[in-house]
Design a protein around this ligand. Structure first.
Ligand SMILES: [Fe+2]
Length: 784
């Protein structure tokens, strides 16, 4: 099976079904849907009736969230950075054969040395013209005011007088004219009611279709780092009375995102008098002091909704967590979460989010989706999200990197903690936005990894802070410890794992950092959940210079100086937990270990296929001593290890004393591969033995660079991507997801590795990476 995606394949993909995922291959052929809900009644923003707070409401997406506030009934940008925008989520401009009108009231809040301009932006559109993906595009047709001139795209016309500090209304109308659209923009002074100018233009449909946004400083670029990240020499603006009207706009109320953003839940057999425990987290956007904080959980019993619990929103992570012991796990139970948003006028606006708590899959096969690494160039990953929802798994597992530092643009804020949290949350919200339907109706396990705490690599050192010297010397990608404030790290843990079962030993690690390792028993399977970087030793302990040390060594040479018995991988606490877990067989038949990454170093080349990197200390093949202790702790469990992180799907078997004497590991494909890795030991002459019968290259028994014994059964090496379409690019880079079927009768694990742009339910062999599916027996986890 060829791994190369040809140009012809690309067109085949698009022709064959990507209509279902809204993919268009060229921005020049934007098509409006044939049927659509039309905006029949004008829409006005609700900010005037909303309490002061960060989050602008479920009808909007703010770029970036932390730079906006509702204040005194208006949405104001709190920084002077460029390209700060607010998108309307429910209304896209989709039909230019109809008329439209939109207006917004604007006030300059802070004057800078230059004027960055204020505008309504039309035609904001990604290459797939999907409303969520459109939110992150920083260009369109800007219509507004700059330097006391009307701006309409690149055209300018002087106003009749200077605006000074007047509030103004920007009013835009559009109507079809021949094959074009006649636009009119007028600027009105609010205090005097006088017209300060007007301008007309004929524009093509192409310039208008897509999202509509309001923009503070539309004429200044945004920066992802440096002093201009959130500041510039410009001013900043406030918006109110945003009005959208006309049948040219769509009206999709289901595209609202919040106040309840999404939910995650788990169901687990406590093997105590609490029976099965159901835990559920509901996340909202960051609300204000005067907003209500209580969230209600209801279930449907005998045809009626019954309230079973209330929980308060945590005001750091904006998550409310419910814990219901003695849950009836024998049947599926519809649930709904209700949040009543208090309004300035004293009324309450309810938001309802519904789903189903699945029945415990006892006495039948249990089916689990396993996902990892979502680089947002392929946001919102619809082919994967839809496949997961379609497969209707009993359990969904996200093993880490639900976000990357670059998510959504606009850079990283690390201090103060309050802003670091908001900066994290809006990146994390993209994950929920993409996958909430996959999580709505199935238990979800969600582990934070390094990028989730905004570090490219993480050697957690038990929760220690990264030494300031490492910051100062720009060694942050090489030193041990956490960069982010402890409060932010704890919010990451909370928003990822509060709905998991309670940690097995809840006492925090260093500096009060929360822990989440523990066990979940569901569908006759026990899952051990561990944090495989929180206690990991930093390479500086061996004076390693990451990316440099040892790179001149011969590939087959195993250098003992890169190992030491006093280095940690999982740490003592988790090793002791796993030893006990491996021996405890109460209430289940099969076991699986869930962690972020594989306990091996299965990559020879990184970044590009020519770049051989002998040592990757970020891989959990290092430290080999800690890796050996982890595997000997789980060996008796006969567990399959399920993980992700490497962006390189693999099925392998660990060896301790000898090759193939320990557990199998399934490292699942990344949802959207960013950084590429390859396992091409044959190309560098790495010794191997006992290649599997299928005879595929780069498989068989190898020692990785750290001397760890690994039997590689299958590997999904990627090609270099060439496409500009996000979904084709993700497919070419070998993105996708894993699926595991636990058969408790046959005592087997079946592993599927699905590619990105396929229909996982049509049964085609080409849907999977070469070497998959593979079924192993439970007993295979102790020997060949
Ligand atoms: Fe990743």
């Amino acid at each position: 099976m060829s791994k190369t995606v040809t140009r012809r394949d690309t067109f085949k993909f698009i022709a064959a079904g990507l209509a279902a995922t809204s993919v268009a291959c060229s921005t020049k052929t934007v098509k409006a849907p044939t049927t659509r809900p039309v905006l029949l009644n004008p829409i006005n923003d609700r900010w005037s009736n909303t309490h002061d707070r960060v989050w602008l409401g479920g009808e909007y997406w703010a770029n970036p969230m932390e730079d906006w506030r509702i204040s005194n009934g208006a949405a104001e940008c709190v920084t002077t950075g460029g390209q700060r925008s607010v998108h309307a989520l429910q209304h896209q401009l989709v039909d230019t054969s109809k008329t439209f009108k939109t207006s917004v009231r604007v006030k300059l809040l802070e004057t800078g040395k230059e004027d960055g301009g204020v505008a309504i932006r039309l035609g904001v559109r990604s290459e797939i013209n999907e409303y969520r993906s459109n939110c992150f595009v920083q260009q369109g047709l800007d219509i507004g005011v700059i330097n006391n001139q009307i701006a309409l795209g690149s055209k300018r016309k002087s106003l009749t007088r200077a605006i000074n500090n007047d509030e103004i209304d920007i009013i835009i109308t559009g109507s079809p004219q021949a094959q074009l659209v006649a636009l009119n923009v007028e600027i009105i002074s609010v205090s005097s009611g006088e017209s300060l100018g007007q301008m007309e233009a004929l524009v093509g449909t192409e310039e208008l279709l897509g999202n509509i946004a309001v923009v503070s400083n539309f004429n200044i670029p945004s920066f992802d780092s440096g002093p201009n990240q959130s500041r510039s020499d410009a001013g900043r603006y406030q918006f109110s009375n945003w009005h959208i009207e006309g049948e040219a706009f769509s009206n999709n109320v289901e595209q609202k995102f919040g106040p309840i953003l999404w939910t995650m839940y788990t169901l687990s057999d406590s093997r105590s008098d609490e029976g099965f425990i159901m835990k559920l987290s509901a996340l909202t956007g960051p609300l204000g002091e005067k907003d209500s904080k209580d969230v209600v959980l209801q279930v449907r019993k005998n045809g009626k909704w019954v309230e079973i619990s209330k929980a308060d929103l945590d005001t750091d992570g904006w998550v409310a967590t419910f814990r219901i012991p003695n849950w009836d796990e024998s049947q599926a139970t519809p649930y709904r979460v209700i949040y009543k948003e208090s309004q300035v006028d004293g009324s309450l606006k309810p938001d309802v989010y519904e789903g189903t708590i699945k029945a415990n899959p006892a006495g039948r096969k249990m089916r689990m989706a396993a996902l990892t690494c979502q680089n947002d160039y392929a946001f919102p990953y619809e082919p994967v999200a839809k496949n997961v929802a379609k497969l209707d798994p009993d359990l969904v597992f996200f093993s880490g990197d639900q976000l990357y530092e670059s998510h959504g643009g606009f850079g990283i804020i690390r201090v103060p903690a309050k802003m670091a949290i908001l900066n994290y949350l809006r990146k994390y919200y993209q994950f929920g936005w993409a996958f909430r339907d996959a999580m709505r109706n199935a238990p979800t396990i969600c582990l934070p990894d390094d990028h989730d705490v905004l570090q490219g690599n993480l050697w957690g050192e038990g929760g220690a802070a990264m030494p300031m010297a490492a910051h100062d010397e720009n060694r942050v990608d090489k030193a041990g410890g956490y960069i982010e404030p402890i409060k932010m790290v704890n919010v990451v843990h909370q928003t990822h794992t509060a709905h998991h079962m309670e940690p097995i030993e809840p006492n925090p690690s260093k500096r009060g950092m929360s822990v989440y390792y523990g066990e979940l028993i569901y569908g006759d399977v026990s899952f051990a959940i561990v944090a495989d970087r929180q206690w990991k030793s930093g390479p500086e302990r061996l004076n390693v210079i990451v990316g440099t040390s040892g790179n001149d060594e011969e590939p087959n040479f195993i250098n003992p100086k890169w190992n030491s018995n006093d280095l940690h991988l999982l740490g003592d606490r988790q090793e002791q937990f796993l030893k006990r877990w491996a021996q405890d067989w109460r209430g289940h038949k099969l076991k699986a270990l869930l962690s972020q990454t594989i306990f091996a170093s299965l990559a020879t080349h990184q970044m590009n296929p020519q770049h051989y990197l002998k040592y990757d200390f970020d891989a959990n093949g290092w430290p080999a001593s800690g890796r050996d202790r982890a595997i000997s702790a789980i060996k008796g469990s006969k567990a399959l290890h399920i993980c992700g992180d490497t962006h390189l799907p693999s099925v392998s078997q660990y060896g301790l004393e000898q090759q193939r004497d320990s557990n199998w590991a399934f490292c699942t494909p990344a949802i959207a591969v960013g950084w590429q890795r390859w396992w091409r030991p044959d190309d560098i002459g790495l010794n191997y033995a006992n290649r599997p019968q299928h005879g595929m290259p780069n498989t068989g028994e190898y020692l990785d660079s750290f001397g760890n014994k690994n039997y590689i059964y299958a590997i999904g090496d990627p090609e270099v991507s060439r496409s500009k379409n996000r979904y084709v690019m993700a497919h070419e880079k070998c993105s996708g997801f894993g699926f595991i079927t636990f058969d408790k009768e046959e005592m087997t694990y079946k592993m599927d590795a699905y590619r990105f742009m396929i229909d996982a339910t049509d049964g085609k062999a080409s849907n999977q990476f070469e070497g998959w599916p593979l079924t192993i027996k439970q007993s295979d986890n102790q020997s060949a």
